[in-house]
Design a protein around this ligand. Structure first.
Ligand code: NCD
Ligand code: ZN
Length: 375
């Protein structure tokens, strides 16, 4: 990595670094895929593709077909791009889908969604205890995963407390970290586990303490950039609403501290999760916002803001792929210190209407300025 600084004021003006990997990316399908894939392929050498599509990716065969669909959607001029697939862990997922078919290298892991707790999680696991209870399918899937040295990706949230009462959304990750994750680790000591989009100080403390070759986490740009004050300033901002929920400031600070420490088990996973405007500005706003339009730029901005630009390459381009057993990219990208404005919404064809009908997709930070630009 090379950072070039302005001789007069010492400010960073240009960065050359290895092309990053996005370890948590919702590419979607159809029109949305065509919109998002070029944004991602321009910035990233590869990405871990989330399986909560409609319908969800629940067999190795489906993952393979989805991978082909993605390959067709990106513009070859952009360069090579590696979609790293995941399977959706349902209560019915057959362990042999992992045991026999993962060897093909189509998939890098299995994604756990707690049923009902995030967008597209209706097919998720009903009872987290099945992850550590012998004899259940999820337990056997995790055993097969460990044998293949592939990764369990966790949406680290619980819906119920130990008395069976519904948890407050701001408590879901903390509860999972304290009451569910330790059991999973104990039951599957050789399994590689990635806590996705870590969002709390309790999570940061746990991963900071126990992280290593078997346990790590991804951080999103948005959880590093904004906190609950931003989400509610002057009203509720639907285009700042994600799962896991944007926490109060002290949690953002804990995530920033973890990034500052820069351990090898903390990496980039954007959780760019686009939705058409009709799903966001409506009676029930669902979680997820597009960030792929500035997928590396947002991280560069916030890493500069918190004084750790020198740690950007390790975090973005090395730590994630290394944990997942992927060779980091040999390609380079260049970022320059040049402000640009996120000026316009994007458009996608509106499903179920004539082709000419389109719908807006509001990008994160619409109307605002980004400090760094990808050349
Ligand atoms: C994601 C989506 O829209 O698919 N939404 C989100 O708020 N992050 C689902 C997820 O990753 O939890
Ligand atoms: Zn996600």
């Amino acid at each position: 990595m090379k950072i070039i600084r302005d001789e007069a004021n010492g400010e960073a003006v240009r960065i050359n670094m290895r092309k990053p990997y996005d370890m948590h990316q919702h590419l979607r399908r159809d029109a949305m895929l065509k919109l998002v894939a070029p944004m991602v392929a321009r910035r990233f050498a590869g990405a871990v593709i989330m399986p909560n599509t409609v319908p969800p990716i629940t067999t190795a065969e489906m993952a393979w077909r989805y991978q082909e669909e993605i390959a067709e959607a990106w513009d070859l001029n952009i360069g090579s791009f590696e979609p790293l697939m995941t399977l959706y862990l349902t209560d019915m997922l057959e362990p042999r889908e992992v045991a026999l078919r993962f060897a093909k290298r189509t998939a890098v892991g299995v994604k756990y969604y707690p049923r009902g707790l995030t967008t597209g999680s209706d097919s998720g696991v009903k009872d987290p205890a099945s992850l550590w209870t012998k004899g259940t399918k999820p337990y056997e899937v995790l055993r097969a995963l460990a044998e293949q040295n592939k990764v369990l990706l966790l949406h680290a949230a619980d819906g119920l407390d130990t008395y069976g009462d519904e948890l407050d959304p701001y408590e879901q990750e903390k509860h999972f970290i304290e009451n569910t994750l330790p059991y999973i680790i104990d039951a599957h000591p050789t399994l590689k586990i990635s806590v996705e989009h870590l969002s709390t100080k309790e999570g940061a403390e746990f991963v900071g303490k126990y992280g290593g070759k078997r346990l790590g986490c991804s951080l999103t740009a948005h959880h590093l950039m904004i906190d609950r004050r931003d989400v509610f300033r002057g009203g509720f901002h639907p285009h700042m609403h994600w799962w896991p929920i944007i926490q109060p400031q002290e949690h953002k600070e804990a995530l920033r501290d973890l990034a500052r420490e820069g351990p090898p088990f903390v990496w980039l996973g954007s959780d760019s999760a686009p939705h058409p405007i009709g799903k966001k500005e409506t009676r029930c706003c669902i979680g997820g916002v597009l960030t792929a339009h500035a997928g590396i730029e947002f991280y560069t901005d916030v890493f500069e803001e918190i004084g750790i630009l020198d740690k950007l390459e390790q975090f973005s381009s090395v730590n994630g792929p290394s944990f997942f057993g992927i060779e980091p990219s040999k390609e380079q990208i260049t970022l320059v210190r040049e402000e640009w404005k996120i000026e316009k919404p994007f458009f996608v064809a509106k499903l179920g209407t004539p082709l000419s009908k389109t719908e807006e997709v509001i990008p994160f930070r619409l109307g605002e300025t980004v400090r760094w630009k990808l050349l």
